[in-house]
Design a protein around this ligand. Structure first.
Ligand SMILES: [Zn+2]
Length: 410
């Protein structure tokens, strides 16, 4: 098929790394599309898959035959009866035991290791204190992973370990570069963990992992979103950008550091060397600092955002005002990003979203005021969808993404 001029493709073929769509590539893409349809709609019949995918029934039958042989999918019971009679369709499901996925969410204070099945159900979860020496700490994580492998030996295969890290990450070289919250510097995380476990390791930073989790596992009302902005509010601010269903990593793999866009050139000096960065006004650190001034001599001292959020929940006026002010600054920064990126949705993550009722209206009002596009283009702003930490879900998604994502061709 030759696409006409009205076709919306804009991607220039990558001649430095050509992957033309040969038979093997097409087979891989179709296989992954089928697995993704199954993951989203199961239980589902071959006829329904054909309808959704646009592939003919013979091709569906060949691919599902291969997937059954590989134990990736299973046939469920004898199928339901159809109102018009005839042979009932046999529903297909993913085989949850086909893959056991490891996710490691490393934060400054605590690390969580989780194992999920192929249906994204977490079957085991361990947490421990994050060590300040990277080598010995990662060796400990490796040992825990091996223990879980032995304990859960009913999985057919462990395809890899996804790791979420709190700072700058070069996912190509597999190194954790630096962080303001963790004393690790230039750590070859992939190399160390692969040696310790003999499993493939994929790393990324926590905001980008969270963005990936939102695009793969977001709530039903935005299940079909292709362009998403994730704003992670913690000690600092970090963002993850999803463009047309894929994570944007940038030329040097460090994209997403929007926290260091100055919003006041006369503002205080930032650790990055500039003045008045967004991070200095909308991060948890900024909120805590603001509260310390607002609370006055009689107010309760707090050192963590979790405690500050508890005060807001208890109706503390100074804590509430500190959070409301942060919401205003979040709105100001997000407006600029909406104007520049035009996402279909903005998702905010972090402790501050626990008091969504206090901040939502302020963030939304602020963005409405300054958007360039007409009001009809209003972009929804939502708190993160997950009960578990978004970055843990994201670490697991790094591996799921490696099994189900479709490659760029050409
Ligand atoms: Zn800065």
């Amino acid at each position: 098929m030759v696409a006409g001029p009205r076709h919306s493709f804009t991607r220039k073929p990558n001649l430095a790394d050509v992957k033309a769509a040969g038979h093997d590539m097409l087979r891989l893409v179709n296989r992954r599309i089928l697995l993704s349809i199954l993951s989203d709609r199961q239980p589902i019949s071959r006829a329904e898959i054909a309808k959704i995918s646009g592939l003919n029934k013979a091709t569906i039958s060949t691919i599902t035959g291969e997937l059954l042989k590989d134990s990736c999918i299973i046939e469920e019971g004898s199928g339901r009866t159809t109102p018009i009679g005839g042979k009932p369709p046999t529903p297909l499901r993913l085989n949850s035991k086909r893959f056991g996925l490891f996710g490691v969410d490393i934060r400054a204070d605590e690390t969580i290791l989780a194992l999920s099945d192929f249906n994204n159900r977490i079957v085991s979860r361990v947490s421990f204190e994050t060590g300040s020496v990277a080598t010995s700490f990662l060796s400990k994580v490796g040992k825990e992973i091996r223990k879980l492998q032995l304990k859960h030996d009913s999985f057919i295969e462990f395809p890899g370990i996804g790791v979420s890290l709190p700072g700058l990450v070069d996912n190509q070289s597999g190194r954790f570069l630096l962080s303001v919250v963790l004393p690790w510097r230039d750590v070859p995380v992939v190399n160390l963990l692969e040696k310790a476990t003999n499993l493939p390791v994929i790393i990324d930073n926590s905001a980008r992992c969270s963005a990936l989790a939102e695009i793969w596992h977001g709530k039903a009302q935005y299940a079909h979103v292709r362009n998403l902005l994730y704003v992670g509010v913690s000690t600092g601010l970090a963002c993850g950008v999803v463009i047309d269903g894929g994570l944007y990593r940038g030329g040097n793999n460090t994209a997403g550091q929007f926290g260091h866009i100055p919003i006041d050139l006369n503002g205080p000096e930032c650790r990055c060397g500039q003045r008045g960065c967004w991070d200095l006004y909308a991060s948890d650190k900024a909120t805590l600092k603001r509260y310390a001034v607002l609370r006055g001599p009689g107010g309760k001292r707090v050192s963590t955002m979790r405690k500050l959020v508890e005060l807001v929940e208890g109706g503390d006026a100074a804590a509430t005002e500190a959070v409301r002010e942060t919401a205003r600054y979040l709105g100001i920064g997000i407006t600029g990003l909406i104007n520049g990126l035009d996402p279909e949705i903005v998702v905010i993550g972090g402790e501050i979203t626990k008091v969504w009722g206090v901040i939502e209206r302020i963030v939304v009002e602020e963005t409405k005021r300054n958007l360039l596009a007409p009001r009809s283009h209003h972009v929804p702003i939502r708190p993160s969808a997950f009960e578990v930490r978004p970055s843990l879900k994201g670490a697991l998604t790094l591996i799921q993404n490696s099994l189900l994502s479709v490659p760029h061709m050409g």
